[in-house]
Design a protein around this ligand. Structure first.
Ligand code: AMP
Length: 382
């Protein structure tokens, strides 16, 4: 168990490191974030210290190794060469191997296949011939770069041979994993925290609604049959055990109309679909991640009220909008605002989120949907 006052290092300095830092500090730990060259605005005023250097910087790496008692990640997009640097000191939690698997769709699919759990049918593609063969075998499909894709980036929908050609011309040198296109009824994710002793807690799964490939809202409990929820929780627990995982693991699934559950992907870190856990659960995903990686006992993931989390994306919202934190705006006083102090640079960035709580799911959906409608008609004042 890491002593009070020990230092937790983060690879990444965005909103996940920010919210995990909050949890770590509540438990008496210090935090040090290494931005890796990415935007550090969410952690600059929150973490104990931030190193704003690229992940290739040798002196930054040395500082992390010297100053941190444990190091964790807020992204799986980390070069293998860097992950290997942590193996000798055995300081990375989750361990390098788990991050490596979750950061590479081919390794991820091959790992899931070994567990025997159900996932989307897939093919690994390197050449034009491979891609045509995959399209012929799978039909309507989605090609994804094996590494570095996120939020729909590095993905191509393939419905014709012309789509194959477009994908090949745009993919650069990336290996591809091509998956059958699934006409799902719901997207549902589950969060599992597991510590080195094997102690495990599983959160109630979240139903996720996307807008232009980015998470827009998470609804908990997910609106699927109870037996489907149990199967999804079982999938999360099994994957955490099979990986001998330490930390918070998120698993995204597709639920089809006939109740089939297919694994989409894994994230070896706290997840956007778990942000509601700060306000709606006894222990948040961030707290359980910190507890798992420091060896503290885990805390209950119990859901206290039906909840909906709505992301604040920069195409619909800006922190400079007047009166933005008012209860009137959301139509409910049971809302919790979380702003990330993130600088808006360009594109659609996640600038914050709002968590709605109510005594019934009907009421919480009403409040959240009213707010989403307002966001949808709103022009942000950047
Ligand atoms: P991913 O980065 O793999 O999570 O994909 C982003 C989003 O694209 C998912 O949340 C789905 O909405 C959609 N998507 C990804 N893969 C598939 C698939 N095989 N079939 C249908 N939709 C998909």
């Amino acid at each position: 168990m890491l002593k009070h006052g020990s230092t937790i290092g983060f690879l990444g300095a965005g909103q996940l490191a920010r919210m995990t830092s909050h949890a770590a500090q509540s438990l008496g730990y210090k935090t040090l974030c290494w931005s890796g060259g990415g935007d550090a605005s969410p952690t600059r005023h929150v973490a104990g210290d931030v190193i704003e250097k690229p992940f290739t910087d040798a002196s930054a790496l040395q500082q992390m190794l010297d100053r941190c008692d444990v190091i964790t990640v807020e992204t799986e997009n980390i070069a293998i060469e860097l992950l290997e640097k942590f193996v000798g000191k055995d300081i990375l939690r989750p361990r390098s191997q788990a991050v490596r698997i979750a950061g590479d769709r081919r390794l991820e699919r091959e790992f899931i296949a070994k567990t025997g759990l159900e996932q989307t049918s897939f093919r690994v593609v390197n050449t034009a011939e491979d891609l045509e063969a995959a399209y012929e075998a799978l039909g309507d499909c989605v090609a994804k770069t094996a590494r570095e894709g996120y939020d729909g980036k590095g993905q191509w929908r393939i419905r014709s041979k012309a789509d194959c050609a477009t994908c090949l011309s745009e993919r650069g040198k990336h290996e591809l994993v091509v998956e059958k296109f699934i006409t799902f009824e719901r997207e549902v994710s589950v969060l599992v925290a597991r510590s080195a002793t094997g102690e495990t807690v599983v959160y109630d799964p979240a139903e996720n609604i996307h807008r232009h490939h980015v998470l827009d809202a998470s609804i908990v409990p997910a609106r699927v049959q109870p037996d489907v929820l149990e199967r999804i929780k079982h999938i999360g627990q099994t994957l955490a055990e099979e990986l001998d995982y330490i930390g918070l693991l998120a698993v995204e699934t597709f639920v089809t109309e006939d109740g089939q559950v297919l694994i989409n992907e894994l994230a070896p870190r706290p997840h956007n679909s778990g942000h509601h856990t700060i306000n709606a659960c006894v222990g948040s995903q961030f707290e359980n991640h910190v507890r798992a990686i420091t060896g503290l006992p885990l805390i209950s993931p119990e859901l206290l009220k039906p909840t909906v989390m709505v992301n604040l994306l920069s195409d619909q919202w800006s922190p400079s909008d007047p009166g933005i934190l008012s209860a009137e705006r959301t139509g409910s006083q049971k809302t919790a605002w979380h702003l990330y102090e993130k600088e808006w640079i360009k594109g659609r960035r996640k600038l914050g989120h709002v968590t709605f709580l109510a005594d019934t799911q009907e009421d919480v959906l009403k409040d959240a949907n009213q707010f989403r409608q307002w966001l949808g008609t709103h022009s942000p004042t950047h």
